[in-house]
Design a protein around this ligand. Structure first.
Ligand SMILES: [Mn+2]
Length: 306
């Protein structure tokens, strides 16, 4: 039987352990047992479709290392995330190196199971392609994409499922008015025309930087209490703040801009979130620490949500 078919439509009794490689210490270093957790991390070191520089396979380990060396108390929120949330880490997904659809089935199975158990899945990419698969258990969710790029190409260098097409594949199944692109500053003419034709809500990097809190309020107004999947491509940050990414794009957010916006977005009715495209070999840890800090900020807001 193909592994993706074992799941059927239910997750009851689903054994996902075969898809996972345990990693200790996990995110933050606290290693709460899965049963007691409300937030569950999974590393997804997918690193196969990069068009420029790779190294995203090293990102989950780098983010975990940074997370263990950042304070878990958030001054902005007045919350220690490990006091308020049970946080577990299932380790890294086993990647099928030459079969992205099989890897995708494993991502979907693991996310579906965590969600079924009433916990928030938190994915540490890996390349952005993972979001397409991780979103599958949430057909009614809004997708809020923090990213320098639109990722809306119909195909890229012959690939239909890759980091540059991931949001186009999402829109094969999801109405365009549920995709919000935030921090955008780079795309092809065709992607821009497509986005306008479909009416994809877009906030450029400069619009966000004018006032991150106002943009976040607009997003919260639009999404309301609907389930929201937050995907953070770390290249939304300017390369000055996060040099270690796969496809750097100048003109981006400062780390403070990003913290201000996720501080608000963490209060949404989150169904899952991910952080993608970090390529640790290209900096001295700056991007991994920025990613860790952004994740803590999301968790602190999530812990305080009404
Ligand atoms: Mn990007």
């Amino acid at each position: 039987m193909h592994s993706g078919e074992k799941m059927g439509k239910t997750c009851e009794g689903l054994a996902i352990a075969e898809y996972l490689i345990p990693v200790k210490p996990g995110f933050g270093g606290f290693d709460e047992p899965y049963d007691r957790a409300s937030v569950v991390f999974v590393g997804v070191p997918l690193d196969v479709t990069s068009s420029y520089r790779s190294g995203m396979r090293f990102a989950p380990a780098s983010i975990r290392e940074a997370s263990a060396n950042l304070e878990t108390y958030l001054l902005s929120a007045g919350v220690d995330v490990f006091e308020r949330l049970g946080i577990s880490d299932l380790g890294d997904l086993r990647i099928a190196p030459t079969d992205i659809l099989e890897t995708g089935r494993r991502i979907e199975a693991v996310v579906r199971k965590i969600n079924y158990d009433g916990k928030l899945p938190a994915l540490l990419g890996g390349e952005h392609t993972i979001t397409y698969f991780a979103l599958q258990p949430f057909p009614d969710a809004f997708l809020i994409q923090l990213d320098a790029h639109r990722d809306l190409r119909e195909e890229y260098m012959g690939d239909r499922v890759c980091h540059a097409t991931v949001m186009r594949r999402v829109l094969d199944k999801m109405p365009a008015d549920r995709l919000l692109q935030v921090g955008v500053r780079s795309c092809s003419k065709e992607e821009d025309e497509f986005a306008r034709e479909c009416g994809i809500q877009t906030y450029t990097a400069e619009e966000v930087m004018e006032n991150p809190t106002v943009i976040a309020s607009k997003i919260r107004e639009r999404v309301g209490n609907s389930p929201a999947y937050l995907t953070i491509d770390i290249d939304v940050l300017d390369p000055a703040f996060a040099p270690g990414v796969s496809t750097p794009e100048p003109g981006g957010l400062t780390t403070v801009d990003a913290l201000r916006i996720v501080r608000e977005l963490g209060r949404l009715n989150l169904c899952a979130f991910d952080v993608t495209e970090l390529a640790p070999p290209y900096d001295n840890g700056a991007a991994a620490f920025a990613a860790g800090k952004i994740i803590y900020e999301v968790l602190a807001s999530f812990a305080k949500r009404d």
